[in-house]
Design a protein around this ligand. Structure first.
Ligand code: EPU
Length: 419
């Protein structure tokens, strides 16, 4: 299995380009199932999770091909309505075929995704929302079995103990697009990926208003048709490279990063002493006067994203103060902590909060990636550490970061992928 070997101590300099957003591309690819026809999706990152979604769509009967960053999906012959355990268990985002299959074929059997390494990940809100639209849903032998003769618009409130749900909102919007009548989703997720999905669906002929706010109104239509769309840049990839620039005291330009999608991350980095400049088609990152410790609490968008928690925590290791990082979306998402301790970090965990004592000398070590963003944080720590860090199990990284070793290498990092 491949490993990534990073030798720390190099300041990153230069320019890199951000790929299309994984978390936008996944539901958008799933939503092509709503129409019978051809859709062309551009700027799709080349990632393992995207390959998994392509396999799922193929298994449902879609014809799908990829050329560089463009994916063409022909959903004319989609008849199968089962997303099997073998595929769903490798990627939780597979759940977003549930709404489209139900709306298009009146039935869907989707393996229950269960939890994952970042903690329990229930889908009760997805099920609640689809039931409000008239679906009959049961859980049988590990599968979500959903049936509906005709979905009907309704009012849906999508709030759980940790706020709204991104993919739950996506599932309800997709299903409601083909329901009879009007659906109003209250407490909808506001993430830019939801806005991107709604824009694509509207191009397909849907009537969706309010995406990006907490109230989304969907007027159902009888039929959707294939459409063409370009995926937005990946804000989490951009944020991760911003921290790579900051942690090495570098000077980098992140081409394609959308300033408006990164406000909370930028706000916190500025508080920590990172200088961020909005430039034409990208963001420039420098650290003129050293870094300061800050406190961060993750929240739903537009708050600080949980998908950046491991990375900002790692940045705090190189400051000279104490930081408190609080996780409000996934209270167990701290697998990176034990690996960072192996590199000499000083971190105390108390439930959903960690106290980071910055300034401890980081030294390279063999470490193991446990999930996507935790893996990214180990690479970041490796960039700042003295000596060599070997990150194993990097298939997690390949799920969500397109050629991270090449991109960081181009900025001057001493990094290589070895067999
Ligand atoms: N939740 C429920 N019930 C539900 C659904 C969610 O209680 O039915 C809870 C979750 O357990 C969590 C919170 O609500 O505590 C938010 O979960 P959400 O449903 O919003 O997460 P998701 O839609 O499954 C997406 C991203 C994640 C990202 C989260 C939060 C995709 C493919 N995944 O997941 O991305 O962490 O939103 O922003 O869009 C990643 O890219 O590394 C990643 C994990």
């Amino acid at each position: 299995m491949d490993k990534i070997v990073v030798s720390g101590g190099k300041q990153l300099r230069g320019e890199i380009k951000i790929s299309g957003a994984k978390n936008s591309a996944l539901p958008i690819l799933a939503s092509t199932l709503l129409a019978s026809g051809v859709s062309v999706i551009k700027n799709v990152p080349n990632l393992r999770d995207i390959a998994t979604m392509m396999k799922i769509l193929r298994s449902l009967g879609a014809r799908i091909s990829r050329q560089n960053t463009e994916i063409v999906v022909d959903t004319t012959d989609v008849r199968n309505f089962t997303a099997p355990y073998e595929l769903v268990s490798t990627m939780r985002a597979s759940i977003c075929v549930l709404g489209p299959l139900l709306a298009r074929l009146s039935k869907a059997n989707v393996s229950h995704p269960g939890g994952c390494i970042i903690g329990p990940r229930p889908v009760d809100l997805h099920i609640k929302g689809l039931r409000k639209l008239g679906a009959k849903i049961t859980i049988e032998r590990g599968y979500i079995i959903a049936r509906a003769d005709k979905l009907e618009g309704n009012e849906i409130f999508l709030g759980g103990p940790f706020g709204s749900t991104v993919l739950g909102t996506a599932n309800c919007i997709m299903a409601a697009s083909l329901a009879k009548g009007v659906t109003t989703i209250e407490n909808a997720a506001c993430e830019p990926e939801i806005v991107d999905l709604a824009e694509f669906l509207n191009k397909m002929g849907a009537r969706i208003e309010g995406a990006g706010t907490h109230i989304v109104r969907i007027e159902g239509v009888n039929e959707l048709k294939g459409a063409e769309h370009t995926i937005i840049p990946d804000r989490i990839e951009a944020g991760t490279y911003m921290i790579a620039g900051a942690i090495t005291g570098g000077d980098i330009f992140i081409k394609g990063a959308v300033f408006e999608h990164l406000q909370a991350v930028i706000d916190k980095l500025e508080e920590a002493g990172v200088k961020i400049l909005k430039q034409n088609n990208g963001i420039k990152v420098t650290v003129p006067d050293g870094l300061k410790a800050i406190d961060v609490t993750t929240m739903a968008y537009p708050g600080f994203p949980t998908d950046m928690q491991a990375q900002i925590l790692t940045l705090m290791l190189v400051t000279n103060g104490i930081s408190i990082i609080t996780e409000k979306i996934y209270p167990d998402r701290f697998m990176h902590v034990s690996e960072l301790l192996r590199m000499g970090a000083s971190i105390i965990r108390e439930g959903a909060r960690v106290i980071v004592k910055g300034g401890a000398k980081l030294s390279g070590a063999p470490v193991m990636a446990s999930d996507l963003r935790a893996s990214a944080s180990l690479i970041l720590a490796g960039l700042a550490a003295e000596g060599k860090t070997e990150v194993s199990r990097i298939y997690h990284l390949d799920r969500g970061y397109e050629r991270i070793d090449e991109k960081l290498g181009r900025l001057g990092a001493d990094i290589k992928r070895v067999k």
